[in-house]
Write a protein of this length. Structure first.
Length: 257
């Protein structure tokens, strides 16, 4: 099953890095966050990727054109020859598509439709979020539903507090947003190809989802497990810390070894 990844945004909230590299290429450990996301999908058997490029897309192309397997795999160097003991991307099929510098996600999806082939169902995601989602179960629920689209929903993960107050503007209650019954779109989409017909030229993905929702065509699948996005510098520091400690639930290809 093909996986469409939106890699063209400018990452304005992560300017500490994204003025040098596109947001999907910001490093997490010894590989960019985009690699971690692709590795997650590949672990579940989905190795056909369509990258929707835009801002600094050449950096993403260069990374894979000059990919060094040795960085994240054990190998032997003997007499100048390299012998890999394992490999990351030798069986990945990656399409690099320029979808415009300022295009919204819906328009980017429209522009890569020709690369989806005959698949009726495909996956899609933003390129800065990680999760330990049970993908086979997620897909099974979607296929059984008959919906046009599926969205992974997560509870608020922010450190803000929700305030409640009376008519006199005095505080009556205070609770972490994370404990409130508020759910967010976290990406990790599944679509039937006909969904793309609901997106008009130049539109955002949300417009198509709202039209599909009027037909009871959008399935929401709550995810109570791990999710994090590298949206700000603080998010990057926290993800780096978890990865260094080995507390990285999204690394499903290693967890349980």
């Amino acid at each position: 099953m093909k996986v469409v990844l939106f890699c063209g945004g400018q990452g304005m909230r992560l300017r500490e890095y994204s003025h040098q590299v596109p947001k999907p290429m910001v490093p997490l450990g010894d590989r960019p966050i985009l690699w971690h996301l692709m590795k997650y999908y590949a672990h579940h058997g989905h190795k056909e990727f369509v990258l929707c490029l835009g801002y600094r897309g050449t950096a993403i192309k260069d990374y894979f054109l000059t990919y060094q397997e040795e960085i994240s795999n054990d190998f032997r160097l003997r007499n100048g020859d390299r012998e890999l003991f394992s490999s990351d991307i030798h069986d990945w099929d990656i399409t690099f598509a320029d979808t415009g510098l300022h295009s919204l996600h819906g328009e980017r999806l429209r522009r890569v439709r020709k690369y989806l082939g005959d698949d009726d169902i495909f996956l899609a995601n933003y390129a800065d979020g990680l999760a330990d989602l049970d993908l086979p179960r997620y897909l099974e629920n979607f296929e059984r539903s008959g919906a046009l689209a599926s969205i992974m929903a997560v509870r608020a993960w922010h450190s803000y507090h929700r305030l409640q107050f009376d008519d006199r503007m005095y505080l009556t209650a205070l609770e972490p947003v994370s404990s409130a019954d508020i759910w967010f779109n976290a990406g990790f989409f599944a679509f039937r190809k006909e969904f793309i017909d609901l997106v008009e030229p130049g539109e955002d993905l949300i417009n198509g989802l709202l039209r599909a929702a009027k037909q009871d065509g959008v399935l929401i699948q709550p995810h109570e497990g791990f999710f994090a996005s590298m949206d700000t510098f603080k998010d990057k520091v926290e993800l780096d810390g978890r990865y260094e400690r080995g507390d990285s639930p999204w690394v499903v290809w290693k967890n349980g070894e």
